[in-house]
Design a protein around this ligand. Structure first.
Ligand SMILES: Nc1ncnc2c1ncn2[C@@H]1O[C@H](COP(=O)(O)OP(=O)(O)O)[C@@H](O)[C@H]1O
Ligand SMILES: [Mg+2]
Length: 220
């Protein structure tokens, strides 16, 4: 086989590992040289074409409105800023994500156009969660409040919460802010019809967090 040619014969795939692809293929929706240069300078030359979402001619594990998330290896993923993202830089997102650790995936490095972070090897919070899954998300949301981080996109937990074994991680600090008294817990509760009343009670401080975890058993 010709050097550099892989299974698809496109020159994209390397022979020794057919799913390692040059990073330029992960720039989406339009190629951008300054993003490629920043990634190459950070030593991010190739990524794994892996996951359920197809972009360009490669596979990735996530695609949102501001970034695409691709596998670097088993432990790390990189979120690359979409060229049509409403935000011109990911540096602020990176800084909130660092502040949100360990509720957030750990950040290893970041730049204007990327965040290298811990891969969460779990599953997205389901649309119809079990009581245990709801409790894990509420505990994560509560821990985020203790760090004074308001998430702002937590009202749809199936978009930004991942479950890995016995804990939940909150992703995507794109719209996060600092607040003295954040309300991430009430936001999650208000996302389910069943717990809207409970959410109001909790935000009025008629019940505390431990009581809430007890009562939640009655709703799911
Ligand atoms: N650390 C991670 N580990 C595993 N999957 C992730 C991780 N971060 C993000 N994802 C996946 O990528 C998707 C998009 O990431 P997200 O940060 O929400 O991007 P956006 O800001 O564009 O919405 C998530 O919904 C999730 O499925
Ligand atoms: Mg998102």
């Amino acid at each position: 086989m010709d050097e550099g040619k892989g299974k698809r014969g496109s020159g994209v795939f390397h022979e020794e590992n057919s799913s390692l692809v040059e990073v330029k293929h992960f720039i989406y929706p339009k190629y951008c040289k300054s993003i490629e240069d920043e990634l190459l300078n950070a030593g991010i030359k190739e990524l794994l074409s892996e996951g359920k979402v197809k972009i360009n001619d490669v596979m990735v594990i996530g695609k949102g409105k501001s970034g695409i998330v691709a596998m670097m290896d088993n432990e790390r993923v990189v979120k690359i800023r979409r060229t049509d993202s409403p935000k011109p830089s990911m540096e602020q997102e990176c800084s909130y994500q660092r502040n949100a650790f360990p509720v957030s995936p750990k950040v290893f490095s970041c730049g204007k156009n990327f965040i290298v972070m811990q891969r969460i090897n779990g599953y997205m919070f389901p649309r119809k969660p079990s009581v245990e899954e709801v409790k894990l998300a509420l505990i994560a949301a509560r821990n985020l409040e203790l760090l004074h981080v308001q998430h702002k996109e937590i009202a749809r937990p199936w978009k930004n919460v991942m479950i890995d074994k016995d804990r939940a991680f909150i992703l995507d600090y794109d719209s996060a802010t600092f607040k003295p008294s954040p309300n991430n817990v009430s936001k999650i509760l208000s996302s389910f019809k069943e717990t809207r009343e409970l959410s109001i009670k909790y935000s009025k401080r008629e019940i505390d967090f431990n009581k809430l975890l007890e009562l939640i058993n009655l709703y799911f």
